[in-house]
Design a protein around this ligand. Structure first.
Ligand SMILES: Nc1ncnc2c1ncn2[C@@H]1O[C@H](COP(=O)(O)OP(=O)(O)O)[C@@H](O)[C@H]1O
Ligand SMILES: [Mg+2]
Length: 588
């Protein structure tokens, strides 16, 4: 085999494989270029989620006709005047985006330097398509059409227009968040979907791009450590979300998706949040150029820190400091060094036979009890009842009888053979999930119409996702329909959830759907969807329960499969056997 140097168009196409994965990545390069050009306003318009067309117009410095040609050559850049990559202050520096995009799409560049005439130049899948004078205001307008039309191997990997659009929206949001001084607009198929004014301050821009409510539900961060500085906003732990998508991280003004940073955020919130909940944060790290290497990946979304431990400390320390100052202390967790017996650890779902866990005597009544018992949405009763019944036979009631409630969160029960503690929310969530599963197996979940349909405002991509799954959600008892660009109208909710927080439920479901593959039906993802719903229909921690309610919960747990673990794999109850109590007091 003889070795040959690859022709330029092939080199570009190979590079495109790394730089241009999907419309959103091409868009990212174009908007970065517009930012680097010194623009005050950047207008993006997309057709078909970016698969048919992507256009980015800026009012920046523009290019001369000669520079336009150079820009389309590989490794041609105006951004490294010297040889020091460390000193780069622009978003771009590799000089490969434009030629890469031009090799897998039709690319038209129009540009005009102030005081000169405009010029236009087109390239089609690597082949020059002519050039000539163009009329446009000072600045640059770049149009990408039919991305991957000639690269079927790549085109095949594109997802629906809707999800490509969602990825594009995310790119614009992140870059717009990095630069509140610049105004951004985004149009999709002729409709304006995002608009932020130039010259905003950072918190206002972050709130405009995430959730207006973040303003009242976050704390500002301003923290130094060594040569690095951390700024931005941290959502309060109570303002959490079901997915980690709402974390915006920037290093020296560059949006990044970095495992180290994400891990540090998780660590900072660790004992403030349940493991499956995620905070909303926008964190801006600024540090000297020689402390960080941005040239790790062609798409420039990953970085490498010279002192990773220091950066982790910066984030954990900065977040903790900010959250503590807001009056939020981390939960103190006492280490209990006694042999509490708990429900068996997570089992792999369906194949577990409930009767092998609970005694055969109760397994037989599973269905009857589950069908006849109403959900726990009755009002909490007064606490005057007596709870002095003798502990029942362990073989019939392994979880015992309720003796009281601790911290309005845990049920204390006495069983014949020991002391039982139940996490009421985790346990109830599990029961609701199992009820939903049974209802689905029997043809669908009953819904309950809301007295007044509720309008829930969400971002457009979230509304799109919910709308596209509306028929499937109906089978699960949730009836909703599109209500304008950025809202859905909820008409009915699953009856077995009782009256809950509709907005919270719908917001979490939209997040949950974002994590799904389009190809999967909700039926296949039933557990996740049902778990999200169940969480909203459950007895909250902090709710006072009557003795009768507590006992009803214990009895239902005993006959419900998988009730020993919550939907996230944590135990729902623990038992301290009599022998263990004696050991604790040194009686044995
Ligand atoms: N919107 C724009 N306005 C002005 N100049 C631009 C614009 N887009 C690209 N350029 C010029 O084209 C060059 C090549 O762009 P690109 O291929 O993205 O590489 P890089 O951004 O890494 O330099 C840039 O260095 C810049 O000089
Ligand atoms: Mg660039």
């Amino acid at each position: 085999m003889s070795i040959r140097r690859l022709p330029e168009h092939l080199v570009n196409r190979i590079a495109a494989g790394e730089v241009v994965e999907r419309p959103a990545s091409a868009l990212k390069e174009l908007v970065e270029n517009a930012i680097d050009s010194g623009a005050a306003r950047i207008a993006v318009s997309l057709g078909g989620g970016g698969t048919t067309s992507i256009e980015v117009a800026d009012d920046g410095c523009g290019m001369s006709p000669a520079d336009m040609k150079l820009a389309l050559e590989r490794h041609a850049t105006s951004k490294l005047p010297g040889d020091e990559i460390e000193a780069v202050a622009t978003l771009g520096f590799r000089g490969e985006a434009l030629p890469s995009i031009a090799s897998v799409a039709r690319l038209t560049v129009e540009s005009r330097v102030r005081g000169q005439d405009g010029w236009s130049l087109a390239v089609d899948n690597g082949r020059p398509e002519g050039e000539g004078p163009a009329a446009l205001p000072p600045g640059t307008r770049i149009r990408v059409e039919h991305l991957f039309a000639r690269v079927p191997a790549r085109r095949k990997f594109l997802r629906s227009e809707r999800s490509e659009y969602a990825a594009c929206l995310d790119v614009v949001k992140r870059l717009a968040m990095a630069r509140p001084d610049i105004g951004f607009t985004l149009d999709h198929d002729g409709r304006r979907t995002l608009s932020v004014q130039p010259g905003e301050d950072r918190p206002a821009r972050v709130a405009a791009l995430t959730d207006r409510a973040l303003h009242e539900n976050s704390v500002a961060i301003d923290y130094d450590r060594g040569p690095a500085r951390l700024g931005g906003v941290a959502g309060l732990p109570t303002f959490n979300r079901g997915v980690a998508d709402h974390q915006y991280l920037f290093v020296n003004g560059r949006p990044v998706k970095d495992r180290l940073l994400i891990g540090a955020v998780r660590a900072a919130y660790q004992d403030l949040l349940a493991r499956d909940r995620h905070p909303v944060v926008a964190l801006f790290i600024d540090l000297p150029g020689d402390e960080v290497d941005v040239n790790v990946h062609p798409a420039k979304t990953e970085v490498r820190f010279r002192d990773p431990a220091g950066i982790r400390g910066l984030i954990v320390g900065g977040l903790r400091h900010a959250l503590d100052n807001a009056g939020f202390r981390s939960v103190q967790r006492a280490a209990v060094d006694v042999p509490w017996q708990s429900a068996p650890a997570r089992h792999s779902g369906e194949n577990r036979n409930p009767s092998s866990f609970w005694t055969p005597a109760v397994a037989g009544v599973t269905d009857r009890v589950a069908e006849t018992r109403a959900p726990y949405d009755f009002a909490p009763a007064a606490r005057g009842e007596s709870a002095f019944a003798p502990p029942p036979e362990a073989s019939r009631f392994p979880l015992g009888v309720a003796r009281g409630q601790v911290a309005a969160t845990y049920i204390v029960a006495e069983a014949e053979d020991g002391l039982v503690l139940v996490d009421q929310h985790a346990a109830h969530e599990r029961l609701v999930l199992e009820r939903m599963r049974r209802a689905m197996a029997n043809g669908g979940v009953a819904c309950q119409a809301l007295l007044l349909p509720e309008v829930v405002e969400l971002d457009e991509a979230a509304c799109d996702r919910l709308e596209s799954r509306a028929a499937e959600l109906t089978v699960m008892g949730l009836e909703l329909e599109r209500f304008g660009a950025r809202a859905v109208l909820v008409r009915a909710t699953p009856a077995l959830l009782g009256n809950g927080d509709v907005k919270g439920l719908v917001t979490d479901l939209a997040d949950e759907l974002a994590a799904f593959d389009q190809a999967l039906s909700l039926q296949e993802k039933l557990d996740h969807v049902a778990a999200t719903m169940a969480c909203h229909g459950s007895v909250r921690a902090g709710r006072i329960l009557s003795v009768a309610e507590m006992n009803a919960l214990l009895r239902e747990m005993e006959v419900t499969p998988h009730s020993g673990q919550c939907n996230h794999g944590r135990p729902t109850w623990v038992k301290l056997a009599h022998g263990d109590i004696e050991k604790l007091f040194g009686r044995k």
